[in-house]
Structure formats: structure tokens, C-alpha cells
Design a protein around this ligand. Structure first.
Ligand code: NAD
Length: 266
């Protein structure tokens, strides 16, 4: 594909082998991205991801960075690095996140603040520094081109109660609002901001649930209450992230896109 041809993209949270970030990074490469800056706190799988992409998509430049997505210097740094090396930044997919799944009685102020830091502050930093970089080099180029796309991974837990712990849900509700408020603050800059709200996806984050269901031979039961009758795979979120990253979504702005099989309206 060529949907991301020439685009310089940052993706955070790419380290998990079955995660949304990795699937998105590979699809961004498949769609012809020019340079991918791929970040994760856990460096274990980063070199292999880099060589996987290099082998399959030799024209795509890949830089992997082991870093905390809530580290201000790291996020402002990668945006500056993109400007320095490529002269532009087109896409920032702030996807890194954690879920504690702790019930209220075992939660704490410390847990709450850490979830807010990783899930919410990371998106704020992406919004602030990526929009700054995008505005510096991507002046409005007319209606068929977007000046930049900032995408945040929120959750259905951020749309309605019942899908996550208090800390997680609050952190994701804030991300959804930030995508909207951010879009308004960037009025007339041609930088778009949207969030994706996945339902239940089999990734590193939810793997324990799937493993234990598998042991009980009940894996297919997971997701039965979903209107589509099943859970999703990371690729199905990556497909939406790719669309939002591309100019095909040039008039999609300030939206919280539930990609949940219909769960949030059931
Ligand atoms: P995952 O655990 O497979 O991937 C998350 C990645 O983020 C991991 O590689 C992890 O190392 C990384 N990460 C964690 N903290 C980080 C930090 N501080 N800095 C940088 N990287 C960090 O899970 P996933 O499901 O692919 O998660 C991606 C996003 O999707 C998260 O924001 C998550 O909240 C969201 N989400 C997931 C589901 C689901 O059902 N899996 C549902 C809704 C939303």
C-alpha cells in the first residue's frame, strides 16, 4: 500500500509481541511510511521488530528507542529528532498504556497516579510536542492534505463505566477528552487529534485472561456478550490507526472512535 507514503511517524508502546503498537508499526511500514520512530519502555523485542520491518520493507527507515512514554524529555526529544533527521513529523500514535485491573479496595493513590502518568500524561506530552513539531514544518497544504495526525489509544473503559478499574477508566476518559479539547485548541493548524477506544483485544495486556480461559477450554466464550460475538485482535485496531494516520481521514478530527464490535452501544 501507499497510504502513508512519505510520512514520518512516531508510535509508542510497540514492544509487546501481540500488541496494538507493534501491529500498527508493521502496518504503517506496509503502507509506505518514510521513517518510523518506535518506542517502548521494555526494550526486549525492539531490535527484532526493527529487523522484521527492515527485512520486509527495506525502504522504510526504522529507529527504535527504549524509553518511558511519559518522560517529557524523551517525547519532546523524539519530535525534535524527527525534525532534525527528516525535516518533518506527520503522525504521532500515543499508544503505550498499562492496566492495573485493581479493584477499589486494593487500589491506592500511588496506583492511581502511576496509571494517570503512563496512560494520560503520555498522551498530553504527545499532544503538546507533536503538534508543536507538526506546525513548525507542515503549514496548511490545502484540503486534500492533513498537516499532521495525533492518535491516542483510549478505551471503551473511557467511554462508559464497567469495562475497567477506577484508575484505568479515569485515565482513559481523560484521554478521550484530551483528543477533543486538543483538536479544538489546534483549530486552523491542520493538525488533527483523535482517539481510538478499543473493546476487548487479545494483546499482552489481556493475555493472562486468555491463557486461563484456554486452560479451561473456554477461550471462545470470551467476547460472547459482544454484539459481534467475539473479541478482537490487535490488527483490527491497527487498521483504524492506519486510516487515522493517513490523509484518507483528513476531515476526521476530535473524535473518540470506539472500535469495540458495538460493545459501547449495547
Ligand atoms: P500490550 O501490553 O500488549 O502493549 C502495551 C505496550 O506498552 C507494552 O509493550 C508495554 O511495554 C508498553 N508500555 C507500558 N508502559 C509504558 C511506558 N510507560 N512507556 C512506554 N511504553 C510502555 O497492550 P495493548 O493492548 O497492545 O495496549 C496498547 C493500548 O491499548 C494501551 O493504551 C491500552 O490501554 C489500550 N487498550 C487495550 C485494550 C485491550 O483489550 N488489550 C482495550 C482497550 C484499550
Amino acid at each position: 500500500g501507499t497510504r502513508l507514503k512519505g510520512k514520518v511517524c512516531v508510535v509508542t508502546g510497540v514492544g509487546s509481541l501481540i500488541g496494538i503498537g507493534r501491529a500498527s508499526a508493521i502496518q504503517f511500514a506496509h503502507e509506505g511510511a518514510q521513517h518510523l520512530y518506535l518506542m517502548d519502555l521494555d526494550g526486549t523485542n525492539l531490535p527484532a521488530l526493527k529487523s522484521t520491518i527492515a527485512q520486509k520493507y527495506p525502504d522504510v527507515k526504522v529507529t527504535v528507542i527504549q524509553v518511558d512514554a511519559a518522560d517529557e524529555a524523551a517525547i519532546s526529544g523524539v519530535c525534535k529528532q524527527a525534525l532534525r533527521e527528516e525535516g518533518r513529523l506527520d503522525v504521532f500514535f500515543a499508544n503505550a498504556g498499562i492496566a492495573t485491573q485493581l479493584p477499589l479496595e486494593s487500589s491506592s493513590a500511588e496506583v492511581f497516579m502511576n496509571t494517570l502518568r503512563v496512560n494520560t500524561l503520555s498522551c498530553f506530552l504527545a499532544l503538546k510536542y507533536a503538534s508543536e513539531a507538526m506546525m513548525e514544518t507542515n503549514p496548511s497544504r490545502g484540503k486534500e492534505h492533513s498537516g499532521g495526525s495525533i492518535i491516542m489509544t483510549a478505551s471503551v473503559a473511557g467511554i462508559r463505566a464497567g469495562a475497567g478499574s477506577v484508575d484505568y477508566s479515569a485515565s482513559k476518559a481523560a484521554v478521550n477528552n484530551m483528543a477533543q479539547t486538543g483538536a479544538l485548541q489546534l483549530t486552523r493548524t491542520d493538525v488533527r487529534v483523535n482517539s481510538i477506544c478499543p473493546g476487548l483485544i487479545h494483546t499482552g495486556m489481556t493475555d493472562t485472561l486468555f491463557q486461563s480461559a484456554r486452560r479451561r477450554n473456554s477461550e471462545s466464550k470470551i467476547g460472547q456478550l459482544n454484539p459481534l460475538g467475539r473479541y478482537a485482535l490487535a490488527q483490527e485496531i491497527a487498521n483504524v490507526a492506519t486510516f487515522l494516520a493517513s490523509d484518507q481521514s483528513s476531515y476526521v478530527n476530535g473524535q473518540n472512535w470506539a472500535v469495540d464490535g458495538g460493545l459501547s452501544c449495547s
